[in-house]
Ligand binder design. Structure first.
Ligand SMILES: [Zn+2]
Ligand SMILES: [Zn+2]
Length: 246
């Protein structure tokens, strides 16, 4: 927080003179200040035009003025999983010494470590900004268990029917299905599409990969009669032998 000359007229600037540089003197402030430059991170910030509520105590100490209290506001942004617009209450604890320019503290520290009083003025904006940014979640959510977006269609799971899924996730099988006219899977039997290439045992492919187990054919849709040379270029992982047909 490099020290700039505070603007006396800014609502973020407090005058420390009433404390009279008498250690132990204390003064309380409660007010709201408008945000000019959004306070936050890319996905979540207290926007320009919003107000931050400040509940502060200024306390004169030997080396300067100790500012403590709370800042509160409302950040707006979007859910990092489903991209829905969200509003999040934000709050930050403040505790910062503003050093007198002629103090030992000022002589032995940089002003980006310990801010200074300049002309007996305290600029709260950089302090509040830093603390609010630190208080924000890096990945904000609309709710803790947000289900996010369907990777198949990009829709929010919250907006879709329960159990929503896409049958063919492996593009190689989608291509084969199109080429050989394999019908799209029957609703209610979504776990596998199997094709039987002649006498070498049928080919069972899980439409969603995970179903490609030896038991996958139990719920699979079986097509017989296609003797075309499926399997060219396929790896063992794509095919699971099924001896039941033989
Ligand atoms: Zn969400
Ligand atoms: Zn979908």
């Amino acid at each position: 927080m490099p020290t700039r000359r505070p603007d006396h007229a800014s609502p973020w600037v407090l005058d420390a003179r009433p404390l009279g540089r008498r250690p132990g003197t204390m003064k309380a402030y409660r007010f709201s200040a408008p945000v000019k430059i959004p306070m936050g991170i890319e996905v979540l910030a207290v926007p320009a035009g919003a107000e931050v509520d400040l509940d502060l105590r200024l306390e004169s100490v030997a080396e300067g003025v100790l500012v403590s209290g709370e800042a509160a506001g409302t950040a707006v942004g979007e859910c990092s999983r489903c991209l829905t617009d969200i509003e999040v209450p934000v709050g930050a604890e403040l505790r910062e010494l503003f050093a007198y320019p002629d103090s030992t503290t000022a002589a032995t520290t940089e002003d980006d470590e310990i801010p200074r009083l300049v002309d007996d003025l305290i600029d709260l904006e950089p302090l509040v900004r830093d603390e609010i940014v630190l208080s924000l979640p890096l990945a904000p959510l609309c709710r803790p268990d947000c289900a996010g977006l369907c990777s198949g269609c990009g829709e929010r799971f919250d907006d879709l029917e329960p159990g929503h899924s896409h049958e063919i996730l492996d593009s190689r099988w989608a291509d084969l299905a199109a080429k050989f006219g394999v019908p799209t899977p029957i609703p209610g039997a979504p776990s596998a599409v199997s094709v039987v290439p002649g006498t070498n045992g049928s080919v069972v492919s899980g439409a969603n990969g995970a179903a490609s187990s030896a038991a996958g054919n139990a719920s699979g849709i079986r097509r017989t009669g296609d003797t075309s040379s499926f399997g060219v270029g396929m790896t063992d992982a794509d095919f699971i032998s099924d001896d039941e047909e033989n």
